[in-house]
Design a protein around this ligand. Sequence first.
Ligand code: HEM
Length: 306
Amino acid sequence: MADVIKSLFRPLRIRIPYVIDVIFISDPEHIKRIEASGDVDRLHRFDTATLPWWVRFYFRATRFHDEQRDLWFLALEGAADPSYGKRHAYLRAKLGTGYTKADVERIAGLLKTNTAEDVFAHELVQVVNRRFLGEEIPMAVTKAAKETLQTFGEALLPWKYIHAARSQRYVANYCARTLPPDVQVLDIAHNIGTVVKTLTRALRMVQDNLETPVEEIFTSHPLTLEAPRIAVRSSKLDGLLWFPTRAGWTVLIFKIGTAATKTKDLFFTFGTGRSARACVFMDFFLAFVSDVQRALRETDSDRSRA
Ligand code: HEM
């Protein structure tokens, strides 16, 4: 009976020998268990050149990988990566300097006046990323960041893919030119892209839901839907699979968005359901969007009193 129940919950797997092997995991408990098992790790646990072809193909056109310098964003670095501690501490310290009341008022003001998307994204990038670059990030950079890929489906459209890969190089080159030499270029290039593509969307959602607590908004409508991992040893994932994974070849996609809506746990909106290796930006994000929501609510009630 236990086996029958288990087979009902078997994850979806697309496996074509020598071509692709990818497993989708949506169940929150499975995600947590597999993450803690040591059977999987972040993609860059393996050298870029040895990763599955489709991983290299897709990620070079996203904000998570810089092919020219062979750099990966921190979230994709393996557990034992020697640079992890220093990079993590740097990002935390920089974000720890917070934001100002004037930042909140400016962003709330832009939302109220329905500012054009590109201008809004550009202003938001300054709030989060000026601290890293030490200057106003040019509009050409924030516009390029918007063009990088967000889903694998987009990679199948050749013109979109070529444009995205070029845009990603443009943002990474700007960061390489501008950042102090000891800062990892892609950690910051990623942050520009995420603000343009995700934080802008998040603030529009807040504007449309002024009375809903932000925790509720972002667990009902999570912002990041998937997190990738790669098998580091042969495993049937505690009986979930018919055939074992292959180290360095089988990719797992944790459907963290589905897990967030099921559990209402913000640690699935910003990670894999636990505080370890959750998004470094999470606390900043929750405080900032709550403050903007409050500012928007206050102007709404001022207007109705007038
Ligand atoms: C609202 C926008 C954002 C969302 C929804 C988001 C979501 C996430 C998620 C789900 C992860 C975990 C990925 C994984 O487990 O594979 C993550 C990791 C991370 N995020 Fe964010 N993120 C956002 C913005 C940012 C920004 C703006 C920064 C930096 C300024 C940032 C820095 C990081 C870092 C450094 C990690 C890796 C943490 C680690 O591995 O220890 N995130 N983020």
